[in-house]
Design a protein around this ligand. Structure first.
Ligand code: NAD
Length: 374
């Protein structure tokens, strides 16, 4: 198969969908890889690094997009919709429940859109989201600590305190991958950490991992409002796979926070869990202040640490890309129920229930599409 890798165009997005090491895997299986020139530079990989392993370097985005399958990192932006064509296989992060315009563009052009973030194994884990959630979670605590400093508008609290001075309080809502990694860094910084999750089973696991270093609370509006009010830093880390994030932190709760407290809503890529997070921010302009509270809502946090993120992402996407390239998407999805869960739009139909519901579009069972194609 001919595989295209365009340069990412989102603000400060320096990741690339494939390392030279990943390309070797595809080329060894007889596939051809076409990389847009300089696409790897932000991640520390030059065109020469790719050429050396047999990748074809192309001069324009349209040449990279013109291949049978396109691998990307972030969802296509509206400037890229013009590259869509019927039958194109697009394998990337899509977050369609939060993006009606993109969902419709993919359906209109009959692109086969497979979303990294909804590929899901039998035990419910999300293998292609996990490494980026690990990165974003660790960054969330770092960013929170940074924006609590006085110059960018924070209260001026050092999360770990010092002897004789109180430590800062961190509440993490959602104790999955992002939440656990945020907790590791926040605990490491010496903060007083509370994790809130809906699943008592998950809270038991977190209690086993962190012991007395954290408090755990079951997610309900009262626990959330009390924890938010007394926190210096709140991290939003909830996920309902494929669906829009629930607004768990209301505007009234935000109004109870101390001036200069910080909200880092990592779940903003799924719409965010904080009511006052009304737009996605960028690495260039990452925060805004509302009700005196610093809001950080960058939708592509791992893009700021591309040398780590690109390698971590390719490590997990390559096995699936190899299956799609080797067998075609239909057979690959029939053979792998995990990959099949990644199918969001096929042949003009929305095949992921929560995405169809989010935009009041018709939902088509993926099995029906697969049966009709075999
Ligand atoms: P995950 O599935 O590992 O964890 C989600 C957790 O949320 C689960 O433990 C679940 O029990 C919990 N949860 C569900 N409903 C809840 C509720 N009502 N109250 C409290 N907890 C609830 O997901 P993850 O990988 O940790 O991802 C979390 C979010 O971070 C997702 O929206 C993901 O897309 C996003 N993310 C954003 C970035 C970014 O750059 N902004 C990067 C990576 C991931």
């Amino acid at each position: 198969m001919r595989i295209g890798i365009p340069k990412e165009i989102k603000n400060n997005e320096n990741r690339v969908a494939m390392t030279p090491a990943g390309a070797v895997n595809l080329i060894q299986q007889g596939h051809e890889v076409f990389l847009e020139t300089k696409a790897g530079e932000g991640s520390g990989f030059s065109d020469a690094d790719y050429k050396q392993v047999g990748v074809n370097i192309v001069g324009s985005a349209s040449e990279a997009w013109g291949q049978q399958m396109v691998l990307k990192v972030k969802e296509p932006l509206s400037e890229e919709y013009g590259y869509f064509y019927e039958g194109l296989i697009l394998f990337t992060y899509l977050h369609l429940a939060a993006d009606e315009e993109l969902t419709k563009a993919l359906a209109d052009k009959k692109v086969t859109a497979i979303a990294y973030e909804t590929v899901q194994t039998e035990n419910g884990s999300l293998p292609l989201l996990t490494p980026m959630s690990e990165v974003a979670g660790r960054m969330a605590a770092q960013k929170g600590a940074q924006f609590l400093e006085r110059p960018p508008g924070g209260t001026g609290i050092l999360l770990g305190g010092v002897p004789g001075v109180k430590r800062g309080k961190v509440t993490i809502i959602g104790g999955g991958v992002v939440g656990t990694n945020a907790a590791k860094i926040a605990v490491g910084l010496g903060a007083e950490v509370t994790i809130i999750d809906l699943s008592p089973e998950r809270l038991r696991q977190l209690d086993d991992i962190f012991g007395w270093q954290i408090n755990t609370l079951v997610s309900n509006p009262l626990n959330i409002s009390e924890a938010v009010e007394e926190s210096d830093l709140v991290i939003g880390a909830v996920l309902i796979p494929g669906a829009k994030a629930p607004k768990l932190v209301t505007e009234a709760m935000v109004q109870t926070m101390k001036k200069g407290s910080v909200l880092v809503d990592v779940a903003v890529d799924q719409g965010g869990i904080v009511e006052t997070v009304d737009h996605v921010t960028t690495h260039d302009d990452p925060v805004y202040i509302k009700h005196g509270v610093v809001h950080y809502a960058v939708g592509n946090m791992p893009g700021a640490v591309p040398q780590t993120s690109t390698v971590a992402l390719t490590n997990v996407t390559i096995p699936y890309a190899l299956q799609i390239a080797g067998k075609g998407w239909q057979k690959a999805c029939l053979d792998s129920p995990a990959l099949c869960k990644g199918l969001n739009v096929v042949n003009g139909c929305v095949t992921y229930k929560q995405v169809a519901e989010a935009h009041q579009m018709d939902y088509t069972d993926v099995q029906k599409v697969l049966d009709s194609k075999t």
